[in-house]
Design a protein around this ligand. Structure first.
Ligand SMILES: [Fe+2]
Length: 213
């Protein structure tokens, strides 16, 4: 609070002085931490890669699981939107299983879950997917991955970013080796809170910040 008061006083002062130094004190977004792509990036192309992962074109049924909406913006480190960025989103199904030949899990596949979306951000840097909350899955005897969604974001002029998004409040977050490998101060950038959104689906906002090349 004290910081905010100090900030606004200083900002007001600078505005009064002509606003020359305003940009010095404005909070700029820091680059999103990178995370491994893991072994399950889609290997084979698929016909339907649209923003709705809960429906595969031509299927009568929809994906099993809790429907969620993930939306956000891709920004540069000056806070400016990055339009036309290519965004790949991929994840396990509600049972924690990837439709990928490298996934040897015995958890069930969901033939109606799309699993992968490939999008472009709009002129305001925005993207949006409708999907289901992925399940946790075991990696080793004493390590299960918490529910997470993989993202890869590419745009000419920027470093390609590969990362993972996590769900706020999940107890597995606190013992996940990949999330714990991110400096503590940066972890909140990857953890998204979901609240009641539209059409009965919970919604969360994931902001992604790219570094210029
Ligand atoms: Fe994963």
């Amino acid at each position: 609070m004290a910081d905010q008061v100090r900030f606004s006083r200083r900002t007001a002062l600078q505005a009064a002085m002509g606003g020359l130094a305003l940009s010095v004190t404005a909070a700029l977004p820091a680059a999103t931490p990178t995370q491994t792509a893991g072994p399950f990036f889609p290997k084979h192309d698929q016909a339907d890669k649209d923003l709705d992962l809960t429906r595969i074109e031509g299927h009568a049924k929809t994906a099993r699981g809790e429907v969620i909406v993930v939306e956000g913006r891709v920004l540069d480190e000056q806070g400016q939107p990055v339009a036309e960025a290519l965004v790949d989103v991929w994840q396990a199904n509600m049972h924690g299983r990837y439709a990928h030949e490298a996934d040897t899990s015995t958890a069930p596949l969901d033939p109606d879950f799309q699993g992968w979306a490939r999008l472009r951000t709009d002129a305001d840097g925005r993207f949006r997917v409708r999907t289901i909350k992925p399940g946790a899955y075991p990696v080793q005897a004493n390590w299960s991955r918490p529910p997470h969604i993989h993202f890869k974001v590419a745009r000419r002029g920027f470093h390609e970013l590969t990362t993972q998004m996590y769900f706020a409040g999940d107890a597995l977050n606190d013992i996940d080796r990949l999330l714990l490998a991110v400096p503590e101060a940066d972890r909140p950038k990857l953890v998204v809170a979901f609240t009641d959104g539209v059409e009965g689906a919970k919604a969360g906002t994931f902001e992604i910040v790219l570094r210029r090349a």
